[in-house]
Design a binder for this molecule. Structure first.
Ligand SMILES: [Zn+2]
Length: 175
């Protein structure tokens, strides 16, 4: 569609998207992880909860834009178990988690742009067509890899359900 700022393209291969003109929706959202003011202190405030950290991070009222796949991936990168209570995360871990969130989301955006340029679906993996990528490998280190060895430590990846969603983690390098 055309609007004041040029051409707007809406792509939504998994049909989770919605357009709205209702600002109240935005008012209810937590901070945007890629914004400059998403600091470790911001994250530590969000973490004042007994909820498991993955459930907390996926709550859009707490943090915007962290989906299920990337929640598993960024917690693996941070070395934090998705099942750990948010208020049990140590002070020194908040900067690590903040950086992991940003890195994983930025890499996902870059990968999705690349998929767009190649004309393939960024969701190839969920569609069950593993190997569509040029490098013939899933970009995910734990997601959908139950029982496979962790690329970092070799332990078998585990799967569980949290808040009705599949969670994948490595018991060897995530505590
Ligand atoms: Zn591991």
């Amino acid at each position: 569609m055309e609007w004041d700022h040029g051409h707007l393209t809406f792509e939504d291969p998994r049909r989770f998207g919605v357009f709205t003109c209702n600002d109240a929706v935005l008012a209810g959202l937590g901070p945007e992880p890629l914004s400059p003011d998403f600091t470790p202190a911001t994250l530590a405030r969000i973490g004042c909860s007994r909820q498991p950290v993955k459930v907390r991070l996926m709550d859009p009222a707490q943090v915007s834009g962290i989906g299920n796949i990337y929640a598993s991936e960024l917690l693996h990168r941070a070395g934090i178990s998705p099942r750990r209570r948010s208020d049990r995360i140590r002070d020194a871990e908040w900067p690590v988690l903040r950086d992991a969130i940003r890195q994983v989301l930025e890499e996902a955006i870059a990968r999705n742009l690349r998929a767009h340029q190649l004309g393939i679906s960024p969701y190839y993996h969920e569609a069950g067509t593993r190997g569509t990528w040029a490098d013939d490998a899933s970009p995910f280190l734990v997601y959908d890899r139950a029982n496979e060895p962790c690329a970092r430590c070799g332990s078998a990846i585990r799967r569980c359900e949290q808040a009705g969603r599949s969670t994948y983690w490595c018991p060897g390098c995530q505590r």
